[in-house]
Write a protein that binds this ligand. Structure first.
Ligand code: MOS
Length: 729
């Protein structure tokens, strides 16, 4: 069905199941270790072999020769696949990286061989016996060095315009009474999801089944077809449980291609998991940026000019980190300028990582806003509120579908005790500790996408939902179940949810914070159709019919819902589509982050003491899961502020700290106290669910709020992330 604001009563608004804090329906499977992740489909395949991916030991150049003699003779070895015997391979349609390379090498740890053996240990041991000789050529690895010659980004499906201009930025900035012109840097980051990329591949003739860990099933099928040159119809892709993705498993990466090629070569199903130390340099990462921000304002704090330029790097043809995205929408200001430049770098591919572009850009913009507030002698909350806008500042007249940024900031100030903050840095001391508070706004796009589902009603009154939507730890299973329960008037325990299989109707998958609202709307559409089918089957009027407590009530008659299924299950499929909604409305979520830190006067050690996020994301479908998403994101934001950094070796050309020992992320001891407030809201313009995504919003702005708190504590303004203690002493 096509989305229109439902006339009359919308069954989803009953809120018997939707909107209630609900435990995850798949939770017991996960906590008892019985949820089946990609590498664990041991009953589905018999006698699997194991593939071990070998990554290039140089960053750029050519393979001279691969001496396979020792590896081939090693115990248990069944096959060795390289570009020389793999057959023709193409890049996929989203990533530009070649997923099995040779003889040319584009980046360090790019996959160059898969060794297949009877056991994992044998495959790994044989892989170490491959003798690969290379000719190195010079590569570019240093963003700062490449910056000044970086061209504007090229147009593409995932690229915004390279430059945006409103009014006359340069002259307005030049004549602004109060101004700021600063440069900020953010480092490369890796997703560090718990479950590594993993695949089991199995061929039946020319039909391929892959059990993989992948966020977007539809893109996955498309990209397997593209890379291997086989028809989409011949591919089945299953990803029922995913141990974290954060954008790092958007579509096909080397594990899927390695497993598929290895299974073909060995004539047996093959399991491949990428070893942790391979992931940072082999797969994708969030690219580093250099960002220049200029803000001009009147002495009473009205922004008159706002400019944001960002530089990032990628493999030739790759996308840019769109760090200017939020600056285009967040604050008022008549004169505006943004620009994105992209350097060719010979590091691993840069791509989406949680709130791509926006999280990165707001790390800079929200420090700049703090600096500007100080120049204006204004409270940073008041300065933000003063520059709120209720329409798209680049497109006058275009409204936000809903926007409660001011309410987020006000609610947060009250709840956090913001009035206790001292404007003068370094004022509050507790023994060895300097105490400071910081704030940042949050904004994250909330696109809505076409999504389909199949629903089935059995004689027992059980509703089964099938869609290829994925659950990357976010809670998709539960909100999809809640949607079907609400729509069909049954308890959640009477709903079965099946996800992550390409034989199910197509969803847009998990990404871009579009998953929750899009997938549930597809389920809504299918349930509307199922309700019609039920009334028809029972021979009751659709007027005034009620679906309550497992019963269908019409006039003074009541029937068990399952009666509509009669001899066979009632099965319907439908999808929800949207016209040009995103042209009509800016679709975004909003928030405010408040952070208190302590900084040790003698050692520079930074401890986050408490955090508060206030989020405005339409109707909250499952407050429990939404809160979990936000606290996870806040934790990730602390990582971005204080520790996360892939360190580039600019000589060899690779990320040095490519494992969880060297790539630091927060642990429990780093995160003492977090609170989340979810604003009461509905957004009826977006979808029948009136909901928006929230999982990525929770990250945006957090790092800047930490940085601003560190400044408030110490008077030291750090503009280069991460804020490690060496930058304070
Ligand atoms: Mo997200 S980084 O768009 O999976």
């Amino acid at each position: 069905m096509k989305f229109e604001t439902p006339a009359g009563a919308n069954p989803i608004d009953q809120l018997k199941v939707i909107g209630k804090p609900t435990d995850r329906i798949e939770g017991p499977l996960k906590t008892t270790g019985t949820a089946t992740y990609a590498y664990e489909y041991n009953d589905a395949v018999s006698n699997p072999a194991y593939g071990y991916v070998v990554g290039a030991a140089i960053a750029k150049g050519r393979i001279k020769a691969i001496d396979q003699s020792k590896a081939k003779a090693a115990p248990g070895v069944l096959a060795i696949v390289t570009a020389a015997n793999a057959g023709p391979l193409k890049p996929g349609q989203f990533y530009v990286d070649r997923l099995l390379a040779g003889p040319d090498i584009d980046h360090y740890h790019q996959a160059v061989a898969v060794v297949v053996a009877e056991t994992f240990e044998q495959a790994r041991a044989a892989a170490s016996l491959l003798k690969i000789s290379y000719t190195k050529t010079k590569g570019a690895f240093d963003l700062a060095a490449a910056k000044d010659s970086a061209p504007l980004i090229k147009p593409g499906p995932f690229s915004p315009p390279p430059t945006t201009n409103v009014g006359n930025f340069e002259s307005a900035f030049a004549s602004a009474p109060v101004k700021l012109d600063e440069t900020y840097t953010t480092p490369d980051q890796t997703h560090a999801m718990m479950e590594p990329h993993a695949t089991i591949a199995k061929w039946d003739g020319d039909k391929l089944t892959c059990w993989a860990s992948i966020q977007q099933i539809n893109w996955g099928v498309r990209d397997i077809a593209t890379v291997l040159g086989i028809p989409k119809e011949n591919i089945r892709l299953i990803s029922a449980f995913i141990g974290g993705g954060f954008g790092g498993k958007g579509t096909v990466l080397s594990d899927i291609i390695a497993a598929s090629l290895a299974a073909r070569a060995a004539g047996r199903p093959v399991k491949v998991t990428l070893p942790r130390p391979l992931i940072a340099n082999n797969t994708t990462h969030r690219p580093a940026t250099i960002q220049r921000i200029r803000i001009g304002a009147t002495p009473d704090g009205n922004i008159t000019a706002i400019g944001h330029e960002s530089w990032s790097g990628n493999l030739p043809g790759g996308i840019s980190e769109t760090a200017t995205a939020s600056t285009r929408l967040l604050y008022a200001g008549a004169n505006r300028f943004t620009q994105l430049r992209l350097a060719d770098l010979d590091l691993a591919e840069g791509s989406a990582m949680r709130a791509p572009g926006e999280a990165t850009g707001m790390m800079a913009l929200e420090i700049a806003m703090d600096e500007m507030a100080e120049k204006l002698n204004m409270d940073p909350v008041a300065f933000r509120i003063k520059n709120d806008t209720q329409e798209d500042p680049e497109k006058p007249g275009r409204k936000f579908s809903s926007r409660k940024l001011v309410e987020c900031l006000k609610t947060g100030s009250e709840q956090f005790g913001w009035t206790k903050r001292q404007a003068k840095p370094g004022t509050i001391r507790e023994g060895q500790w300097l105490i400071g508070m910081g704030v940042a706004s949050a904004i994250r796009g909330a696109p809505i996408m076409k999504s389909a589902a199949r629903v089935r009603l059995s004689r027992e009154g059980i509703v089964t939902v099938e869609t290829d939507m994925t659950d990357i730890g976010t809670g998709s299973y539960t909100i999809i179940g809640q949607t079907a329960a609400e729509m069909m008037g049954v308890p959640l325990s009477n709903v079965v949810v099946k996800l992550g299989d390409s034989t199910f109707p197509e969803s847009p998958g998990s990404g871009g914070q579009w998953g929750a609202a899009s997938a549930t709307s597809g389920v809504y559409a299918a349930c509307v159709k199922l309700r019609e089918a039920v009334t028809k089957s029972l021979g009751v009027s659709t007027e005034g019919v009620e679906f309550v407590g497992g019963q269908v009530r019409s006039g003074n008659r009541s029937y068990p819902l399952g009666d509509a299924a009669k001899a066979i299950d009632l099965v319907v499929t439908d999808e929800m589509t949207y016209g040009n909604l995103s042209e009509e409305y800016a679709q975004d979520t909003f928030g405010a982050h408040f952070v208190e830190v302590g900084v040790n006067r003698y050692t520079g050690e930074i401890r986050v003491r408490r955090m508060l996020a206030v989020c405005n994301a339409g109707r909250i479908l499952n407050p429990k899961a939404a809160r979990s998403q936000v606290i996870g994101a806040m934790t990730m934001g602390v990582g971005a502020a204080l520790m996360e950094e892939l360190v580039v070796d600019k000589q060899v050309g690779f990320f040095v700290n490519h494992d969880l020992a060297g790539y630091e992320v927060p642990v429990h001891a780093d995160i003492p106290h977090q609170e989340v407030v979810l604003l009461d809201d509905v957004d009826p313009t977006m979808s029948p669910m009136k909901a928006k995504g929230i999982g990525e919003l929770g990250l945006v702005g957090v790092a800047a709020a930490v940085a601003n708190a560190v400044y408030n504590a110490t008077g030291i303004r750090v503009r280069e992330y991460p804020i490690t203690l060496d930058k304070l002493i």
